[in-house]
Design a binder for this molecule. Structure first.
Ligand code: NAD
Ligand code: UDP
Length: 312
């Protein structure tokens, strides 16, 4: 039995990870300040003898005996991370710094939840780990993008200077149950709008692309990444290479929900990347992993989830 700490464990991805780790017989400390996470996401784990929920802000140091740290604490949706940009940068940078300190003290492994946003508005396509990124350092998304880039830098410096066993995964757009209905991300927006027969809001011309992975595929990759040898740090892209335009996504959601919603076009947010698709050659080679859930299947899970939430 291992003792794992999941920062951001009450959030969308973190809650699925806590469940998986508990189901595999581990002890789990879930650390969260509940900025975007909720006890609802982990209510099935509360009271489990191996699960401990700690309300804590990762900007401040935390001490515990742990074998593994999954560092997920950070708001991920643009409306949430731009709500208090300075706090987002502190969470991404000081939070990672504190978790690395904890990993060093415990000689523990640490997996850093990085993001495809480190590629910014990518110049190469699909994005490979060797791509250094095209990121605006002074824009509205920078608190998150540059915060996560700095977090990767800290991980690599702790690895080189202190031999801390770090693992960096660059997560591409992920969706699934436990997303907030009002978190502003495209899948939750479109599904909730369609279920309520409200207008589907496409930002810009809808030709921009994203590649969406279902949360179960991501969790599988994270667990495999944590189990790789000490000298493999990554970064590794984790995502589903099937690429969709936002117009295609809107049409698919309309079809699957049999909704009467109309598509409307609204202004594109600042610095919105035009295209994004992971090259997952490295993940296939090092983790023997590839995504298994098709968007059509995963969307049905999300549609059913939001139907339940909206009926409460
Ligand atoms: P989320 O907002 O649902 O979860 C983030 C969790 O971190 C929440 O529970 C929140 O309350 C907690 N948190 C935020 N600031 C904190 C702080 N200062 N101290 C303690 N807890 C704090 O987002 P998510 O989609 O589950 O993302 C989880 C991680 O994965 C994030 O680090 C994000 O950057 C990364 N990621 C997510 C995606 C995606 O598509 N969802 C893509 C790339 C990277
Ligand atoms: N988007 C959209 N309508 C919405 C929400 C988002 O067209 O109601 C677009 C957004 O402009 C972006 C894409 O969908 O081009 C993905 O947005 P999201 O916030 O989900 O993820 P990110 O931009 O961080 O990849």
């Amino acid at each position: 039995m291992k003792k794992a700490l999941v920062s951001g464990g009450a959030g969308f991805i973190g809650s699925h990870l806590c469940t998986r780790l508990i189901n595999e017989g581990n002890r789990v400390i879930c650390l969260d300040n509940f900025f975007t996470g909720s006890k609802d996401n982990i209510k099935h784990l509360i009271g489990h003898p191996c699960f401990e929920l700690v309300e804590h802000d990762v900007v401040n140091p935390y001490c515990a005996d742990v074998d593994e740290i999954y560092n997920l604490a950070c708001p991920a949706s643009p409306i949430h991370y731009q709500y208090d940009a300075i706090k987002t940068a502190k969470t991404a940078v000081f939070g990672t710094f504190n978790m690395l300190g904890l990993a060093k003290k415990n000689n523990a492994r640490m997996l850093q939840a990085s993001t495809s946003e480190v590629y910014g508005d990518p110049i190469s396509h699909p994005q490979q780990e060797s791509d250094w990124g095209n990121v605006n350092p002074i824009g509205y998304r920078s608190c998150y993008d540059e915060g996560k880039r700095c977090a990767e830098t800290l991980c690599m410096d702790y690895y080189r200077q202190h031999r801390v066993k770090i693992k960096i995964v660059r997560i591409f757009n992920t969706y699934g149950p436990h997303m907030l209905p009002d978190d502003g991300r495209v899948i939750s927006n479109f599904v909730v709008q369609a279920l309520q027969n409200k207008d589907i809001t496409i930002y810009g011309d809808g030709k921009q692309t994203r590649s969406f992975q279902y949360v179960d595929d991501l969790i599988e990759a994270m667990v495999r990444m944590m189990a790789t040898g000490d000298d493999f740090t990554g970064p590794v892209n984790i995502g589903n290479p099937r690429e969709f335009s936002m117009l295609e996504l809107a049409q698919l959601v309309l079809k699957l929900t049999a909704s009467k919603s109309k598509i409307v076009y609204q202004p594109l947010p600042y610095d919105d990347p035009r295209q994004r698709r992971p090259d997952i050659t490295l993940a296939k080679e090092k983790l023997d992993w590839k995504p298994t859930v098709r968007l059509e299947e995963g969307l049905i899970e999300v549609i059913n989830y939001f139907k339940q939430i909206l009926s409460k």
